[in-house]
Design a protein around this ligand. Structure first.
Ligand code: FEO
Length: 412
C-alpha cells in the first residue's frame, strides 16, 4: 500500500509544472517534452525533444491560447488549475487543431463545457472531425478582434501554414504575436527565451522544422510573412507553439523565414546514397572529390541514407544548391532507403535545385534512370542522365566518377 502511495506521490510531483510569466498579463502554461524523439508517427525526428506551448492571457476577460498534446491532457488541465480557476477562462482560442495542440480539449471542455472556442471555420471542422463534440464554436477570420479589456486580440488567418485551419493572433497592449507552428522548433528547454539558450542549436532546429514541415508551403509562407510585416505591428515577442519564445531578436526568425521561403540555397552540394557492397559508396566519394576539385570553396556533404537521420538529410538537401542521389540497382529499382528519401524530397516541392543520379549495378542497371526520373518529378533540374558503374569500380571507373563530379560542378 505504501508503495502505491509513493508511486502516486511521485506521479503528482512529476506532473506539477507551474506557469511561467512572460508579462504581467501573459503566462506560459505549456508542457516541455524532453522525451519526444519522433513526431507525426515516425515522419519527423525530434532529437532535442519539443514543447507544446500554451498561453494564458489575464485581462478583464481571460483567454487560453491552444492546449497540449493528447498524452499530456490530464497533466495540462491539472497544471492549468494551479494557475487559474477554470471557470474564470472566458474564451479559448485554438490557432491550429492538430492533436499536439488540441489534444487536451476534451479533458478541458469536460470542466468548462460552455466556454466559447474561437477558431477558423476550418478549425471548427477539424475539431469536430477529431473529437466529435458539439462545443460552442465561434468562427473568426482575418481582422476579427476580441476585446479583452486593456488588450485586444486580432486574428490573422494563415491558411496552410501548415494546415488549412491555421491562424495567428496578435495581442495589442502587450505587442505579442502568437503564431502556433510558424517560427517554431522542436526544442525542449526549461529556459523559454531565445536569449537563454544556445542559438546555434535553436537555429539548427528551426531550419529543420521549416524544411520538413513548412517548405511545401513556401510561396504561401513568403506572402504571409510579408503581409504581417506590411501591417507594421510592433512586436516585442513572437510566441510559437513549439520551442523557444523570440524576445531578444524576433527579427532574426522573420528574416530567416523570408530567406527559407524564397528558393533558399547555400553554397552546398549534398550527396545521398545507399550501398550494398560499397561500390556506390566509392562512387559517392569519387564524385565528391571531383566536385571539390572544381568548386574548392563549396561545402560538399555525403550521407548514407540507410544510416543517417532522414530529416537531417532533408534539411541538408533544403540547404543545398544541388543534390546527387545514388543507389545500386536492386530488383530493377533502387533501395528502400533511397525510395524513402526520394519520396520525401518530392513532397517538399523545392525550387531551383539541380541534381543527378549515380549508382552501381550487376546486370540490369535501370536504377539510375529511375532515380533521374524521380528527381525530375520532384522538380529537381537534372543536369545529365547520371552515371552507373558495373560491379566494383576499378581505378578507371573511379576516375570516371571523379570526372562526372567535375562535370556536375561545372554545370552548377
Ligand atoms: Fe504543432 Fe501542426 O502541429
Amino acid at each position: 500500500m505504501q508503495d502505491i502511495l509513493n508511486i502516486k506521490l511521485l506521479t503528482d510531483y512529476r506532473t506539477l509544472t507551474m506557469g511561467k510569466k512572460l508579462t504581467d498579463r501573459v503566462t506560459w502554461v505549456g508542457k516541455v517534452d524532453w522525451e519526444l524523439k519522433t513526431f507525426h508517427g515516425d515522419e519527423l525526428s525530434t532529437n532535442r525533444g519539443s514543447s507544446y506551448n500554451s498561453y494564458l492571457i489575464r485581462d478583464k476577460k481571460n483567454v487560453l491560447i491552444d492546449t497540449s498534446w493528447l498524452p499530456y491532457s490530464r497533466e495540462f488541465v491539472k497544471n492549468l488549475k494551479q494557475e487559474i480557476d477554470l471557470t474564470d477562462i472566458d474564451y479559448i482560442v485554438m490557432c491550429h487543431n492538430e492533436i499536439d495542440h488540441s489534444g487536451a480539449l476534451v479533458d478541458l471542455m469536460r470542466e468548462i463545457p460552455d466556454t466559447p472556442i474561437y477558431c477558423t471555420a476550418k478549425g471548427e471542422a477539424i475539431i469536430r472531425g477529431h473529437y466529435h463534440k458539439n462545443w460552442n464554436f465561434v468562427n473568426v477570420k482575418t481582422g476579427d478582434q476580441l476585446e479583452l479589456g486593456d488588450t485586444t486580440l486580432t486574428f490573422i488567418e494563415a491558411t496552410m501554414l501548415h494546415w488549412p485551419d491555421t491562424m495567428f493572433c496578435y495581442l495589442s497592449g502587450e505587442e505579442i504575436l502568437f503564431c502556433n507552428d510558424g517560427f517554431g522548433q522542436h526544442f525542449a528547454t526549461e529556459s523559454l527565451y531565445d536569449d537563454q539558450v544556445c542559438m546555434a542549436e535553436v537555429m539548427q532546429e528551426a531550419e529543420k522544422y521549416y524544411a520538413n514541415i513548412l517548405a511545401p508551403f513556401s510561396p504561401l509562407c513568403n506572402r504571409k510573412v510579408k503581409e504581417i510585416l506590411g501591417m507594421n505591428l510592433p512586436v516585442k515577442m513572437i510566441c510559437p507553439s513549439h520551442g523557444i519564445i523570440w524576445r531578444n531578436n524576433p527579427g532574426l526568425i522573420i528574416e530567416k523565414y523570408l530567406q527559407w521561403s524564397d528558393a533558399y540555397q547555400e553554397d552546398q552540394v549534398t550527396i545521398v546514397y545507399d550501398t550494398m557492397w560499397q561500390s556506390t559508396r566509392l562512387m559517392a566519394q569519387a564524385i565528391a572529390d571531383g566536385i571539390r576539385e572544381q568548386l574548392p570553396t563549396t561545402t560538399v556533404k555525403i550521407y548514407n541514407a540507410a544510416l543517417s537521420d532522414k530529416n537531417d538529410i532533408l534539411t541538408e538537401v533544403f540547404h543545398s544548391r544541388a543534390v546527387l542521389v545514388g543507389s545500386p540497382t536492386i530488383n530493377n529499382g533502387y533501395s528502400y532507403a533511397i525510395a524513402g528519401i526520394l519520396e520525401m524530397i518530392k513532397g517538399l516541392k523545392l525550387k531551383k535545385k539541380k541534381g543527378a543520379a549515380f549508382g552501381s549495378y550487376g546486370w540490369s542497371g535501370e536504377g539510375i534512370k529511375l532515380i533521374t526520373e524521380h528527381l525530375k518529378a520532384a522538380g529537381i533540374e537534372t543536369v545529365n542522365d547520371g552515371i552507373r558503374t558495373m560491379w566494383v569500380p576499378d581505378q578507371d571507373a573511379l576516375e570516371q566518377s571523379r570526372q562526372f563530379g567535375r562535370g556536375f560542378a561545372a554545370a552548377l
